[in-house]
Write a protein that binds this ligand. Sequence first.
Ligand code: PLP
Length: 399
Amino acid sequence: MKLNKNFKNLKDDYLFAEVSKRVDAYKAEFPSADVISLGIGDVTQPLSMKVTEACKSAATDMSTKSGFRGYGPYDGYPFLKNAVIDYYKARGIDIESDEVFITDGAKNGIGNILDLFSEDNTVLVPDPVYPAYVDANVLHGRKIIYADATAENGFLPMPQKRVKADIIYICSPNNPTGAAYTAVQLKCWVDYALDNGAVIIYDAAYEAFIEDGKAARSIFEVTGARDCAVEICSLSKMAGFTGVRCGWTVIPLASPLNRMWLRRQAIKFNGTSYVVQRMAESALRGGLAECKATVAMYKKNAKTIMKKFDELGIEYTGGVNAPYIWFNCGVDSWAFFDYMLKKARLVCTPGSGFGKNGNGWIRLTSFNSAERTEEAIKRFEPFWKEFKDVRSKLFAPVG
Ligand code: PLP
């Protein structure tokens, strides 16, 4: 038996494990310290009542002779596919039932869709970005190249003619930077993909956080996208489903990937549970207003942070179309993490964990209660003023 040799090329799953390790060490030393985390990438608020009612009612279905379901369709029940179709229709995008594949979350689509592509493709990944794109491709042994996302390009890299890529990941709104592409910008990526025979894997996991009207909510807003793109979405952040697990992938019918993906799912996936699909249906229909209210609450927290950053003159991006605020600390991200934990009992996520361009940057999240976010920001202000005074004395500059 030979093991997958690509495993040795994976970097340790270091970022969040290291954050926890350092926070635990701090708490062990100062057990009474009130530590607030602005580092969490997970939702914190409970499910909507409508979604919970749908869960109970679906569980009851399962306990009756007529309502019981065994294996469901590999690509999801029509009731949920129709809810997804209507969700897109409300934004002026028409998709067909056979183009929607229900999954157990976006991560499933992001990694598993790679089964459809040859290993000698070159993959283009933004830097910084959600680490799963890189890791999933490392496992397959593909060549990975990076599109630099920097303050100069507003953390939204654009295609470059001289760069040749076959598989392109786009994350918009982006984790960790919160930056979101407009349809005009995405059109450049679509044109690039069509010119190069490439595929775009478009991760729209944070689409529900978009509010500025200019940002695209789907790659399928763009002419030509149906000929080169696949869209992956999730109820995780829009409806608090990180623990429930449900999402979807849209693959246009004309693409050979559509039939291949159905076949692939039939081989390796027996579908998302009936109860969860009923909950997801509720989140997209009757429970949508409640889900939107929770997202609005997170967004309000983001505004609390942004307002203070504006007052303090801190360079940042995100927050408007995402639960993430990405700011420049000007020093090694981990050094800043340690210093802020020690001085203000606040936890952040070091930007260097999302790619080399992330060093010198910090990700804060709005996934907390309003009270804790306000308390965090109250602590942050004096901390930042003091940090600015000592920065050049105590730390080497970065970026
Ligand atoms: N895509 C991005 C950009 C994410 O940040 C995350 C989770 O944080 C995911 C996908 C995974 O989402 P899911 O919970 O649907 O698997």
